[in-house]
Design a binder for this molecule. Structure first.
Ligand SMILES: Cc1ncc(COP(=O)(O)O)c(C=O)c1O
Length: 380
């Protein structure tokens, strides 16, 4: 029997037809006025996405490339930084900080929880020499949302502290405007809500962060923000760009801006809420106490390994993600970011009901779907 594979993983995510079409074009050369025109256009759209007038950089790399660039360009050896470490990607900030000789305060948080505001305040009060706070806006491994505005406001009380935000699964899901949030460095990646294949990372930095470029003493070559910034302001890149991905980004940004940023955030909010309420109505427990709208992490019922549940889902046409590290086999994650709509939510919930029944966890067929339908209906 034919079974279609539907991608519900939190990256990569499905591609819109307009993006597939753009990706399928013959390549053009990058040292041409033709490429410069497209690149400049794309960068203008990135500015609109982040509501900024600053030069937003595009690198040919996965998202981690821009995480590394953030550490290399805006800090120096021995700089004291606070890491909000609440999952796999918070841990990545910590490892990057250690690798490049910063002095990180590793605030470890139980997976599935967000940071405690009083605790962060206390750390900041006791460390007036803090040079940075590094955090995920949406911690994908635990599907948890962290309030970055609160951190942005707190950082203002310090003499010289920047807030560095991994927005890899928040940009294109929420309205993420760094200048309103008090965020100094914001990065994202292509294979999430920007609805592209992997291969591009994007980096915004504030005026305050820019001052660090002249004093940072860490070695850098490819990820040299100063060098790249100069080239990109001229509509070129220092090294060979991911040409076709940039052309496709130009397309996907048009889709995003045409939908409208407020509308887009609302769509994600409704999809995530409908999913959360539907799984709860089936008696399942959410992983996160502060759930993000990018993806929903859910505990598999007692006695059912989450990876068996995922295999059963795959057999009927749904690829969802599993848990990472100690959550492996315990949870599964359903993505909402990017090219998803309300009917996709109904499909995956319907599939989940079938898979659960197949594995002996009896749920009333249609119960979760009805819950999701009611939420969607009351919001459209
Ligand atoms: C929040 C977050 N940060 C960082 C990364 C790493 O990005 P990449 O795998 O593109 O290097 C991911 C990837 O899933 C992510 O979700």
């Amino acid at each position: 029997m034919l079974v279609k594979e539907r991608l519900f993983t939190p990256g990569p995510v499905p591609l819109p037809p307009q993006v597939i079409k753009a990706l399928g074009q013959q390549i053009i050369h990058h040292r041409t006025p033709e490429f410069t025109k497209i690149f400049k256009e794309t960068k203008e759209k990135l500015k609109k996405l982040l509501k900024t007038e600053r030069n937003v950089l595009v690198f040919a790399s996965s998202g981690t490339g821009s995480m590394e660039a953030s550490v290399l360009n805006f800090f120096s050896k021995g700089d004291k930084v606070l890491i909000i470490n609440a999952g796999k990607f918070g841990q990545r900030w910590y490892e990057l900080a250690k690798t490049f000789g910063l002095n990180p305060i590793n605030y470890e948080i139980e997976w599935g929880k967000t940071y405690n505001k009083d605790r962060v305040k206390e750390i900041i009060e006791n460390n007036k020499d803090l040079k940075g706070i590094l955090v995920q806006h949406s911690e994908t491994s635990t599907t948890t949302y962290h309030d970055v505005k609160y951190l942005g406001d707190l950082a203002k009380s310090l003499e010289d502290c920047i807030v560095v935000v991994d927005g890899i699964t928040s940009v294109g899901v929420y309205e993420v405007y760094p200048e309103r949030l008090g965020v100094d460095v914001l990065i994202t990646g292509s294979q999430k809500a920007l609805m592209l294949p992997p291969g591009l990372s994007i980096l915004y930095y504030s005026e305050k962060a820019e001052k660090r470029l002249d004093i940072s003493d860490l070695p850098k070559y490819y990820f040299d923000v100063k060098k790249e910034s100069k080239k990109q302001s001229e509509g070129q890149t220092a090294y060979t760009p991911a040409i076709n991905l940039i052309i496709a980004l130009n397309e996907s940004l048009s889709l995003i801006l045409d939908e409208g940023l407020e509308e887009l955030a609302k769509r994600h909010e409704i999809m995530a809420k409908a999913t959360r309420e539907a799984v709860k109505s089936l008696g399942l427990k959410l992983l996160s106490e502060s759930p993000a709208n990018s993806a929903t992490g859910v505990y598999s019922p007692d006695g059912i390994n989450a990876d068996d549940l995922r295999k059963t889902l795959l057999k009927i046409g749904f690829r969802v993600a599993g848990g990472q590290d100690h959550l492996k086999g315990k949870i599964f994650r359903i993505a909402h970011m990017g090219y998803f709509d309300f009917m996709d939510v109904l499909q995956i919930i319907s599939g989940l009901e079938l898979a659960l029944n197949k594995l002996g966890y009896k749920v009333d067929l249609g119960k979760g779907v009805k819950t999701a339908q009611e939420i969607i209906f009351s919001n459209i």
